[in-house]
Design a binder for this molecule. Structure first.
Ligand code: MC0
Ligand code: CO
Length: 134
């Protein structure tokens, strides 16, 4: 059911510093910060030849990454995003297997303009999983 790895997301306490490190120290192709108010984050995409890295920084009062950064003040890997062909079919199959789909259960439009859903980290070996319909 899951396809390609779309991105690995890293929550960071200092977005400018993280961008500078990826751009100047690691020599990566770092995009511009993009506010995603529906998701409570500012994102920066880093294009790699085979996938992307998504830097995440909290946006607004109730950011879903604030608790993670409180527990991991230096930042850390926050989620992994897999591509699926049919996100509603994927959701129904996962819910039938007992996995918890986060939020309302309805896909939201993600940072690439495509529908996304999140699955509870406790149901996937401690890893928050994002699904993106491609
Ligand atoms: C724009 C977009 C895109 O790519 O298009 C994005 O990615 S937006 C990316 C941001 N959006 C999201 O993350 C949306 C989905 N996330 C959420 O709904 C939330 O962040 C939750 C995953 C439910 C976590 O909620 P909350 O921070 O309130 O934590 P909590 O204290 O209830 O956490 C319950 C347990 O899960 C653990 N936990 C929390 N976040 C975790 C993470 N990212 N990875 C692994 N474990 C995690 C906590 O340590 C805790 O474990 P213990 O009980 O053992 O201590
Ligand atoms: Co993401």
């Amino acid at each position: 059911m899951i396809g390609r790895l779309n991105h690995v997301a890293i929550a960071v306490p200092d977005l400018e510093a993280a961008c500078a490190q990826y751009r100047d120290t690691l020599g990566a192709n770092v995009g511009a910060p993009q506010d995603e108010p529906d998701h409570g984050v500012t994102v920066v995409f880093i294009e790699l030849p085979n996938t992307k890295v998504e830097l995440l920084y909290p946006l607004g009062e109730n950011s879903p990454i604030q608790g993670f950064l409180d527990k991991n003040p230096a930042g850390g890997i926050h989620h992994i995003c897999y591509e699926v062909d049919d996100i509603l079919a994927a959701r129904d199959r996962l819910q039938a297997s007992g996995a918890r789909v986060l939020g309302s259960g309805e896909p939201k439009i993600g940072a690439h303009g495509k529908p996304v859903l999140f699955l509870h980290p406790k149901d996937f070996t401690g890893t928050l999983v994002e699904l993106e319909q491609i």
